[in-house]
Design a protein around this ligand. Structure first.
Ligand code: GLA
Length: 717
């Protein structure tokens, strides 16, 4: 009772420069969401807020608002954020406010920790919120702990629940498959639930990505309107539940997917959920994406502020067919192109079961002696001689049944003991819930780097979802596998990070099938898709750019869609982290020169491309043209990328309205990345315009030429 009286009308304000998320206590001691939206101007207004007796069901059972972390069995009949079976079998939890602490993490970020407790059980729930002022990002996670006599069971354990109240809600989701990553689609939300989730375990995001955009009142739009963008930092099964309740309020619950994952929690142990990371904007998704990009570069992405290496990869070019001579030749080609690194892909390992195709050898991380008789040291030396760095592909979480590893350690493999095994790409997943397996996976990287300190980069692949879901290690705790697998993976990545803090790594998963902000604490970049057809890439990169900054997205020039010009392919890859995966001997002399010059241009403009702000001007989803821009922080340098996909005959071409420029500065515009011997066909080329003119009047830079592209450099005078 005392606690309730003391804490009545407690107001907790979590804010960024543009957003407020405010919680208030009620007379019952419970804490409710009172406001979530555009930042309030006057501190005094906050006292007028109350939780307003919102809430869905008219239960009469004590539910008086939007519970900050809605527990099951507390009088609200909609989807809970928390579900506990207590040690006595009771399935209800009621959380009241206990305390709040705030601390400044740096001048820009503040952490608020709200502690809740249950009057009937020794249970503590701590809700953490870190608000990044300037970037307008809030990340939140939850810690659950108890002192009951016996373990409790968690049936639901979301990271967060948010409530929204608008006349209409539109959900944009990102679905996918191999070579079809991040396809965007939008639908209105109606009463009832819409769930976005995965049950794939490892290659978790293959069919559905852990991102969403909500248009509030109207569909999410690039340049205007209120939107909420959210993502979960979890490299495994996640679930977003969007539930429109009886009052037409929307509840957004984000967290690990509790599917087949009831978790036993012993007394004294803490269950920590992953981070749910979100932002809102009153000026559309373009701005919200820039919030994510800036935050990722400053706070989340491994080496977020650092440089990125351009590279030549051999996968599309050679597949598994290569030898030392071939690789030495490719290193020379890398040098010729002017890229920073040569990246050796799959097929370099396995002896008893040589990895000459994807059916054998995975797990046996010894160099294949008859293919590469002088081992990795020779390759590192050859790269050094060519003047490029050397990177290497691994897939350490997986095993082919045809491997020495599978013969030696069958108990390390996730596999049902009593049913026929089914395979995805002829392979199985190692049981990372097992500490011995964690040692082995860490040992793959550690061993390679100990023997070859010259290795400068890893591409870490993960081609299979978890199949035949059974852990020999977890025995009677099978329901914990999906969660413990991911935790095991993080333990391995933590060890790598601690021992080799500076090694850049690419996250890959049969293309872009594993992609989240927790993994990207350990990876500098990710492979967006095996689909490098430049037309498809325009859509895939548009999708990923909703959440990820350009420097995190690897884009390679390959021979997918040979009907398009090399220039078009390069221009598409230039928007992101540039690489090549193509044999130079297949290119004409002009194309080779063009590629070399493009690498030089890319290096010169890296500060704008990798660290500039991204403005998506024209969507490929809305017609046959697309355009984006990068603008540096000082608004003194910008790059405009324009692409014509399959324009119709005689179609109307509209001017492109620039964004992000300083209206009062004069900008000289010059077309760059031209094929040798060609000149820009644009009349305005080389002319100077004010930022105001470029943004309001715009320039007619689209054409009707199929799969063509033009890049323009803008320099403030
Ligand atoms: C996956 C990756 C490719 C390549 C192959 C190698 O499919 O996405 O880039 O590394 O594996 O087997």
């Amino acid at each position: 009772m005392t606690l309730h009286a003391e804490n009545e009308n407690r107001v907790i304000r979590i804010s960024t420069d543009e957003t407020d998320l405010i919680y208030c206590t009620n007379s019952n001691g419970r804490l409710y969401q009172a406001y979530f939206g555009e930042k309030l101007l006057h501190e005094a207004d906050i006292t007028a807020l109350s939780s307003d007796e919102k809430g869905g069901a008219d239960s009469g059972a004590g539910q008086k608002g939007w519970d900050i972390y809605l527990p099951a069995g507390s009088g609200d009949y909609f989807e809970p954020a928390l579900g506990i079976t207590h040690s006595d079998g009771n399935r209800s939890t009621v959380l009241t406010f206990a305390s709040v602490d705030t601390k400044s993490l740096d001048g820009n970020a503040t952490e608020t920790i709200i502690r809740l407790q249950d009057g009937q059980y020794p249970l503590e729930v701590a809700l953490h919120y870190v608000a990044y002022k300037k970037e307008n990002i809030i990340k939140t996670w939850t810690e659950i702990k108890h002192q009951e006599k016996k373990p409790i069971h968690l049936t639901e354990y979301a990271s967060s629940i948010l409530y929204l109240e608008h006349p209409a809600y539109y959900l944009t989701e990102f679905s996918g498959d191999w070579a079809k990553e991040m396809q965007m689609s939008t639908q209105p939300l109606q009463p009832g639930k819409k769930v976005l989730e995965t049950k794939l375990g490892t290659r978790a995001a293959m069919f559905m990505y852990p991102f969403f955009e909500l248009g509030l009142g109207q569909p999410a739009h690039e340049h205007q309107g209120e939107v909420l963008l959210g993502t979960i930092g979890w490299t495994g099964n996640y679930r977003f539940t969007f539930e429109v309740d009886n009052m037409h309020h929307l509840r957004v619950i984000s967290g690990i997917n509790p599917y087949a994952s009831r978790y036993e929690l012993p007394a004294g142990e803490t269950f920590a959920t992953p981070e749910f990371i979100f932002t809102r904007s009153d000026e559309g998704t373009g701005k919200a994406s820039r919030h994510f990009h800036a935050w990722a570069r400053h706070y989340q992405l491994k080496d977020g502020k650092g440089d990125r290496m351009t590279l030549l990869n051999n996968w599309e070019n050679t597949g598994f067919q290569f030898d030392e001579q071939k690789l030495s030749g490719l290193m020379q080609e890398a040098k010729h192109l002017g890229v920073d690194m040569f990246l050796l892909d799959d097929g370099w390992f396995g002896n008893k079961y040589p990895r000459n195709n994807d059916r054998a050898g995975l797990g046996d991380w010894q160099v294949m002696e008859n293919k590469l008789p002088h081992g990795i040291p020779f390759l590192v030396k050859e790269a050094e001689k060519a003047g490029v760095k050397f990177g290497i592909w691994i897939e350490p979480e997986m095993v082919n049944p045809k491997s020495e590893l599978a013969e030696k350690h069958p108990d390390w493999i996730i596999k049902l003991p009593n049913r026929e095994t089914y395979y995805y790409r002829n392979q199985l997943v190692l049981d990372l819930s097992n500490p011995e397996v964690q040692d082995f996976v860490f040992g793959v990287v550690d061993g390679l780097l100990t023997d070859n300190p010259g290795i400068a980069y890893f591409k870490w692949d993960c081609n299979s979802p978890i199949t035949n879901v059974y852990s020999p290690y977890l025995k009677d705790k099978q329901e914990q596998l999906y969660v413990d697998y991911v935790r095991g993976l993080y333990k391995v990545l933590d060890r790598i990070q601690a021992k080799y803090p500076h090694i850049p790594m690419m996250l890959c998963s049969g293309g872009g099938g594993r992609c989240d902000y927790e993994a990207l604490k350990y990876f500098t970049e990710f492979w967006a898709s095996d689909n490098t057809d430049p037309v498809e890439r325009l859509y895939i990169q548009w999708g990923f750019s909703q959440f990820f900054p350009s420097k995190a997205m690897c884009a390679h020039v390959t021979s997918w869609n040979r009907r398009t010009s090399v220039k078009f392919r390069v221009d598409v890859a230039m928007m992101c982290k540039l690489g090549f995966d193509i044999g130079l001997d297949g290119l004409s002399a002009d194309e080779r020169t063009f590629c070399q010059e493009a690498v030089t241009t890319y290096n010169r403009l890296k500060p704008v491309i990798l660290d500039g702000d991204l403005y998506r001007l024209v969507s490929p989803y809305e017609g046959e043209h697309t355009a984006v821009m990068h603008v540096d922080e000082a608004q003194s340098k910008a790059l405009l990328y324009t692409y014509n996909i399959y324009p119709r005959f005689g179609e109307a071409l509209y001017p492109i309205h620039f964004q992000g420029l300083n209206p009062n500065k004069q900008y000289k515009i010059e077309e760059i990345n031209l094929m040798p011997g060609t000149k820009s066909a644009f009349q305005g080329n080389g002319q100077t315009y004010s930022g105001d003119y470029l943004m309001k009047v715009g320039l007619r830079l689209f054409t009707t030429e199929t799969t063509s592209s033009h890049l323009f450099e803008l320099t403030a005078l």
